[in-house]
Design a protein around this ligand. Structure first.
Ligand SMILES: Nc1ncnc2c1ncn2[C@@H]1O[C@H](COP(=O)(O)OP(=O)(O)OP(=O)(O)O)[C@@H](O)[C@H]1O
Length: 247
């Protein structure tokens, strides 16, 4: 059953002569537990798509369904609950709070949602331990490497137990080695914990960790590739496709 589905999803910024069509009748369907990468040249609409899927912005026309329910039909309370509990967000620049330690940062969505700090911290620590951060719980962000900070941000995205993770260029601010580790971690989150992960990236090597790649150009889906198994040739295949699209 699809967890996310769009129907003729369209977003136009501005009006009249300044109007920009960022997404043009996009139809995608994403199943439970999939790890999908979204790729395409700069300005093709990747971030716009993520914002609409996460209910952070509204489409000009068309529909986003999460677990078969159109988010346009949700009231404000329901939409807030969806964003807080059903969807976890991961960003390029981690967005951690400098004065909080790793566990407090990862626990934040639960403490903001009214959970007792001790219990929220326990839940956050469980995810941090799974991500190899057991001895870093009390470190503040400035005492952590970029890759470690992104692990904290991913733990924060998962702490409320959402089924969907939306990651916008999660490796964009990391070196090659840390980028690989984070992409591998997101793949494990999808495979081992049955979360649906959608990740924007411009890096073919990172996209090759996904099970499926959706290619966007000028606001439209122009191609899709299913990657059956992780292997060393996938990044090359994806890079070739990207080059063809960009030419
Ligand atoms: N708030 C906005 N107002 C006007 N135009 C916008 C706005 N946000 C995005 N756009 C335009 O919509 C198009 C799609 O932008 P979007 O950020 O979704 O692309 P992207 O594929 O994520 O790009 P990049 O890879 O460079 O981050 C671009 O032409 C962009 O300039």
């Amino acid at each position: 059953m699809s967890v996310i589905q769009t129907e003729n999803l369209t977003k136009i910024y501005g009006k009249n002569e300044t109007a920009v069509t960022a997404l043009d009748r996009v139809n995608i369907q994403i199943e439970e537990g999939e790890f999908v990468a979204v790729m395409g040249p700069s300005g093709c609409g990747k971030s716009t798509l993520m914002h609409l899927l996460g209910g952070l912005d509204k489409p000009t026309s068309g529909i986003v369904r999460i677990n078969q329910i159109s988010i346009a039909e949700m009231g404000d309370d329901e939409l807030t609950k969806l964003r807080r509990r059903k969807i976890g967000f991961v960003f390029q620049f981690f967005n951690l709070i400098p004065v909080l330690d790793a566990a407090e940062n990862a626990a934040l969505p639960m403490t903001l949602d009214g959970m007792k700090p001790d219990l929220a911290r326990k839940k956050a620590c469980e995810w941090l331990e799974r991500f190899g951060m057991a001895n870093r719980m009390k470190n503040r962000p400035d005492q952590l490497s970029g890759g470690q900070q992104q692990r904290v941000a991913i733990a924060r995205a998962l702490v409320a137990d959402p089924t969907i993770i939306l990651a916008d260029e999660p490796t964009g601010n990391l070196d090659t080695h840390s980028g690989d580790e984070i992409a591998g971690l997101l793949r494990n989150v999808s495979n081992d914990y049955n979360r649906t992960v959608i990740m924007v990236t411009h890096d073919p090597r990172i996209a090759a960790y996904a099970n499926r790649i959706i290619f966007l150009k000028d606001g439209s889906v122009i191609d899709e590739t299913i990657l059956e198994k992780k292997n060393d040739n996938n990044a090359g295949l994806v890079a070739d496709k990207m080059k063809k699209i960009s030419d």
